[in-house]
Ligand binder design. Sequence first.
Ligand code: F6P
Length: 361
Amino acid sequence: MSGEKRIGILTSGGDCAGLNAAIRAVVHRATLTYGWKVIGIREGTMGLLERPLDYRVLGLDSVSGTMMHLGGTILGTTNKGDPFAFPMADGTLKDRSVEIIGGYRELGLEAMIVIGGDGSLGIMRKLALQGGLNLVAIPKTIDNDVGLTESSVGYDTAVAIATEALDRLQPTAASHARVMVLEVMGRDAGHIALAAGIAGGADVILIPEVPYHIESVAAKIRAVRQQGRNFALVVVSEAVRTLDGQELQREYAGGQRRFTGIGTYIGERIAEDTGAETRVTVLGHVQRGSMPSPHDRLLASAFGVHATDLIAKKKFDRMVAWSNREVIDVPIADAIADYRPVDLEGAMIRTARALGICLGD
Ligand code: F6P
C-alpha cells in the first residue's frame, strides 16, 4: 500500500434512492479537500469477506454528475448474511467477523463510512468495536425509523412515490366508484403511510403504531359516501396487523421474513363491511427504486460531506443526522437505541386527525 490515506465506503441493507448522491459527496470531499483515496467496498460487508477482496477505487471520474439522479447503489448492497452468524452452504451459521476485520486491515483503511439503516449500523458497530475499526455512519432507509435524525436518506423519495401512486389511483377510483387500498412499505414504522396518506388526500390511513377497528374504517367509508363522494382512498402500512393481531409475513429463502398481504386483507374486510367494491395495490419495491427526490439528493450530499469531515477530525463511532435544518452528528449507539416510530403526539398525527382522516381508532 502507498502512504496515501485511504478510507472505505459501503452501502448496507435495503437500497433506496439517494445512496449514490451520498457516495458521490464522500468521494468529492475526500478527494478535493483532503486528497484521500476512496475505496468503494462491493455489496456491503460481502466485499470484505471475498478473497480477493471485492472493491473498486472511487475517483472523481467514477462519480460524475449523472450519479445524482441514479437510483440504487453503484456499490451494490446486501441485507443478508449477518457476519456474526453467516449462513454457510452446509446450512450452518458461522461467525465470520474476523475475516471482515481482516479485509479492512488488508485494504489499509484509516476509517470506513457505512451508509445503512439501524440493522446494518448495529452490525457494523459491533464489528468496529471488536476490530478497532474507525467507523462513521450515514443513515438511510425509506422507513425513516433511525433514531436521533429527523430524516434518513431515501425516505422523501419513497413518500413522493407513494403520494404519486395515490394521485394516480384517485381518478380510476372515482371513475369506477371504488375504494382503493394502497399497501406501502415501512417495516415496523408507519412514516411512509402517514406522510403519503396526508399528501395524497387519503380518507383512511392505517399504521402499526395505531391499533384499528374495522368498524371505524367502515364508518368512514360510509360517511364519505353519504357526503356524496363515490370513491375512497385507503393507505395501509405493511406491518399493520390483522383483526386478531397477526402480522402477515412470508418466509423467503434463508429464513428471512417479510411483510406481505395486509392490503388484500384490509380490502376484503372493507368490502365485507361496507359492500364497496375494493381494489388493492401493493406498491412494494417501486418505493425504493427510482430517481431520488431533490430533498434526498441534498440530504445525502450534506451527510456525505459531514461524514468525511468527521474522519478528518478523527471523530469516530458517530452517525451524521439531520436536526433543525442542520447536519449534526450523534453517537451511533444512541441512534440505534432510540428507534423512531411515528410519534402519536406529533404534528403528522395531529394534522391527519384535523383533516378528518380516519386512523382506524
Ligand atoms: O427497510 C426497508 C424495506 O424496504 C422495508 O420497508 C421493507 O419491509 C423491507 O425493506 C423489504 O425488504 P426486501 O428488499 O428484502 O424485500
